[in-house]
Design a protein around this ligand. Structure first.
Ligand code: NAD
Length: 371
C-alpha cells in the first residue's frame, strides 16, 4: 500500500506522524512510503534520514495522494482538496470536532481519530493521549523552572541555605504524574489533588502529598469514580470544598501546574482569581488546560501573563516543544494502531467489530460514525 506522510501545517505543530524507525517497519512490510519534503525537519529528522529508512521524498500532492495517510492533526480544507475520496486517514483528528468530522465524511475519507481509543490494556501501546500527555507533563515543569526565579532543590551553601520549591499539581492523570516525577527529580516538595480516589496511592508512591477532599455523599463518591478512566464533572459543593483547601495550599506554593480535564467539556476552574491574588509574588502557574478554557480564569492562550505578581503560563500543546521525542512516541503509537487495520499481506482489513476500531473510526463511506 502507498502510505503518505504529509508535513503538518497547523501553526505551532512540530510533530510528524512517522520516523525513520517506523518507516523501516512499513517498508519491511512491503508498503511504499512517501514523505513530504521537510515533514520531519521540526522534529530534527532530515529528508535524507527518511530516504535512508526506505521512504521516497515528494511534494505535498505526492504525500496526500497516498492510499493511507498518517498525520498528526486533521487536514484543513486546502489539504483535504489534495486527498482522494476513499483514502484512509489516521491521526489526532479531534473526535469532539463535529464540523471537521462532517467535512472528512463529505470528502469520502475513512478517518481514525486516535484520541478516541478506549482505555483498555490492548490499546495502551497506541494511546496517543498518554504518550503526548507524559511529555507535556515533563515540559510543564521545565517551563515553570525556567520562569521561576529561585532554585527548585533545597541547597546548603557557604552563603546560606536555600529552601526547596513547593509545587502543587492539580489533576493527576498521565501529565500530572509525570509532572510530579519531574519536579521530584529536581528536588521540589510536592502536593497534588485529583477527584479520582485511586490517584491518592499513585501520588504517595511518587513521594508527594495528596490533598484529600472528603466525599460527603454517595453521589459525590460515585461521580468521582469517573467513566472509562476519565474524570466527570464534580458536584458544586465538592468543588467548593476543594477550592477552599486548594486556596490554602496555593498560598504556600511556589509553582502550580494544572492539568485537570473533563473529556469533551470545558476544563474545571481550580485556581480562582482570589487564589491567584493570595499567592506569593514571583510564583508560577502553568495552566495545561488552557486550550480547553483553562483551570485558571486568568490564563491566556499562547501567552505568559503576570497577574498580581504571579506568572501564568498559557502555552498550549506542550508536547510540541519536545518535538523529536513527541514524534518518536506518536509514530510508534501509529505503527501499533496500523497493525489493527492492516493484514499480514499489507492490505487494509478494517474490522468494525473490533472495540478499538469501532471507537476510533469517526467516518467512513460518507457516513459520520461518531455521534
Ligand atoms: P485527563 O487528561 O483526562 O485529566 C487529567 C486529570 O485531571 C485526571 O486525572 C482527572 O481525574 C483530573 N481532574 C478532572 N477534574 C478535576 C478536578 N475538579 N480536580 C482535580 N483533578 C481533576 O486524564 P488522563 O491523563 O487522560 O488520565 C486519566 C486516567 O486514565 C489516569 O488514571 C490514567 O492512568 C488512566 N489511563 C489508563 C489507560 C489504560 O488503561 N489503557 C491509558 C491511559 C490512561
Amino acid at each position: 500500500m502507498k502510505i503518505g506522510i504529509p508535513a503538518e501545517t497547523r501553526p505551532g505543530e512540530t510533530r510528524v506522524a512517522a520516523t525513520p524507525e517506523t518507516i523501516k517497519k512499513y517498508v519491511a512490510a512491503k508498503h511504499q512510503v512517501i514523505v513530504q519534503s521537510g515533514a520531519g525537519i521540526a522534529s530534527s529528522i532530515t529528508d535524507e534520514a527518511y530516504q535512508a529508512a526506505g521512504a521516497q521524498i515528494g511534494s505535498a500532492a505526492d504525500a496526500f495522494g497516498a492510499d493511507l495517510l498518517l498525520k498528526v492533526r486533521a487536514p484543513n480544507a486546502e489539504e483535504r482538496a489534495l486527498i482522494k475520496s476513499g483514502t484512509v486517514l489516521v491521526g489526532m483528528l479531534n473526535p469532539f470536532d463535529a464540523d471537521n468530522i462532517a467535512a472528512m465524511a463529505a470528502h469520502g475519507l475513512s478517518a481514525f481519530a486516535l484520541e478516541a481509543a478506549p482505555r483498555i490494556t490492548r490499546a495502551q501501546s497506541m494511546d496517543v493521549l498518554s504518550s503526548q500527555a507524559n511529555i507535556a507533563g515533563y515540559k510543564a515543569v521545565m517551563l515553570a523552572a525556567n520562569t521561576y526565579q529561585r532554585f527548585m532543590p533545597m541547597l546548603m551553601t557557604a552563603a546560606g541555605t536555600v529552601k526547596a520549591a513547593r509545587v502543587l499539581i492539580m489533576g493527576v492523570g498521565v501529565a500530572g504524574l509525570q509532572a510530579i516525577a519531574t519536579a521530584k527529580r529536581l528536588g521540589a516538595v510536592i502536593e497534588a489533588s485529583d477527584v479520582r480516589p485511586p490517584v491518592k496511592e499513585q501520588v504517595e508512591s511518587l513521594g508527594a502529598k495528596f490533598i484529600d477532599v472528603p466525599f460527603l455523599t454517595d453521589e459525590e463518591k460515585e461521580i468521582a469514580q469517573g467513566t472509562g478512566g476519565y474524570a466527570r464533572a464534580m458536584p458544586a459543593d465538592w468543588m467548593r470544598r476543594q477550592a477552599e483547601l486548594v486556596h490554602e495550599r496555593a498560598k504556600q506554593a511556589d509553582i502550580i501546574i494544572t492539568t485537570a480535564l473533563i473529556p469533551g467539556r470545558k476544563a474545571p476552574i481550580l485556581i480562582s482569581e482570589e487564589t491567584v491574588k493570595a499567592m506569593k509574588p514571583g510564583s508560577v502557574i502553568v495552566d495545561m488546560a488552557v486550550e480547553q478554557g483553562g483551570n485558571c480564569p486568568l490564563s491566556e492562550l499562547d501567552k505568559t501573563v503576570t497577574k498580581y505578581g504571579v506568572h501564568i503560563i498559557g502555552e498550549p500543546n506542550l508536547a510540541t516543544l519536545v518535538a523529536a521525542d513527541a514524534s518518536a512516541l506518536y509514530a510508534r503509537n501509529v505503527l501499533d494502531f496500523l497493525k489493527l487495520i492492516i493484514d499480514k499481506d499489507a492490505a487494509l482489513a478494517i474490522n468494525r467489530e473490533d472495540e478499538i476500531v469501532a471507537a476510533t473510526l469517526v467516518c467512513s463511506g460518507g457516513e459520520i460514525l461518531r455521534k
